[in-house]
Design a protein around this ligand. Structure first.
Ligand code: PLP
Length: 347
């Protein structure tokens, strides 16, 4: 085995969905965001696991992403598309029975003309200025939009991971203003918004990253473990260097293990110096440069040479790796890459 293993704990995933679901009233539906291939973990498997836990509505970013999700879920669960009804999406929306979140007058027109009977949602811009109809556009279209099979009216928070940010309250009141009297279900909160409390929950919440074990959901159970097989272990004498650029030089006779993963697997080169790997819970330092396919580790202090080393687990989470790399847990998860052998545990 010379590729690394990415293990996904479907029981932890389900527990995270239930824990987030429990943060809102029973009448509030908890959906699940499985865009970007289920945050890199495999959208089909992840969606099936979450459906077993109780999720009935799923969100993807683009209609193409719904193919794997619909195949895994079968008919029944609703699959919503954040990017709405884009040019060329009509066949997928019809064939997979998708619910596009329409973002503009153009999209509303395209959808109603192409698929007059089909369901849809509307995405409103409450201040983030990324996707969605602005207040003036919405007030012109609202009557027309409400006349069809309108399933959801939603918006998205820009600063929900900072609970004290004034933007949260501003977006909340903007969203309320825009949706007073709307009879369709309303949704504003992703993971961060759920944690802001009941004012933000409305009729449906849409967690993503918290399901996969990431901040801002501090109570999340870790979902992902990455184990790196050791390909070779060598002795390095004092004064000898390891890896590109001679970046590490032995200060004592050392044992150096070379493991089979690198920046091509989303283990960013910049995270190297701050990152540890674990042999049965014992921490060892990454040394030298992270290269494309290989990482070198100082295993001198282990009682015996390890067969594999973990770089992502409960002791060093996606958010720890993100800190080491100067990014966020979302980017670590979605960068993990295609080369891993993906294993699904539990479920
Ligand atoms: C990605 C996304 C979510 C999920 O966000 P998390 O922070 O991962 O919970 C919800 N809604 C929209 C519109 C999104 O783009």
């Amino acid at each position: 085995m010379s590729v690394s293993t990415l293990s996904i704990d479907l029981d932890a995933l389900a527990a995270n969905w239930r824990a987030l679901d429990a943060k809102s009233e029973a009448a509030v539906e908890t959906a699940a965001v499985v865009k970007a291939d289920g945050y890199g973990l495999g959208s089909g498997k992840v969606a099936s696991g979450l459906a077993k836990a109780g999720a009935r509505r799923f969100f993807v970013a683009a209609a193409e992403e719904a193919i794997a999700v619909r195949q895994a879920l079968g008919e029944g669960p609703e699959i919503c598309v954040f990017s709405g009804h884009c040019d060329g999406d009509t066949d997928l929306i019809r064939d997979l029975n998708l619910v596009p979140m329409l973002n503009s007058a153009d999209q509303l027109l395209r959808h109603r003309e192409a698929l007059p009977e089909a369901a849809y949602g509307v995405q409103l811009d409450s201040g983030m200025n990324r996707l969605g109809m602005e207040p003036a556009e919405w007030s012109e279209l609202r009557e027309n939009a409400e006349a069809g099979d309108l399933r959801l009216v939603m918006s998205h928070l820009a600063c929900a991971d900072e609970p004290d940010h004034a933007m949260n309250g501003q977006q909340l009141s903007c969203f309320k203003d825009m949706t007073t009297g709307v009879t369709a279900p309303r949704a504003l909160a992703a993971t961060g918004g759920i944690l802001l409390g009941p004012d933000y929950h409305f009729d449906l919440v849409r967690p993503g990253v918290g399901l996969y074990g990431g901040l801002p959901f501090e109570g999340a159970r870790p979902v992902v473990t990455v184990a790196l097989p050791v390909i070779q272990v060598r002795t390095v004498q004092t004064g000898e260097s390891v890896g590109y650029g001679n970046a590490w030089v032995a200060e004592r006779p050392s044992r150096v293990a070379t493991v089979a993963a690198g920046y091509a697997d989303g283990l960013h080169r910049v995270m190297g110096p701050k990152t540890q790997v674990f042999a049965d819970g014992v921490a060892c330092s990454v040394i030298g440069r992270v290269s494309m396919d290989l990482i070198t580790v100082d295993v001198t202090d282990l009682p015996q040479d390890p067969a594999a080393l973990e770089i992502l687990n409960a002791a060093q989470t996606v958010d720890d790796l993100a800190d080491n790399a100067g990014t966020i847990g979302y980017e670590i998860l979605t960068s993990l890459g295609r080369r891993y052998a993906r294993r699904y545990l539990g479920g």
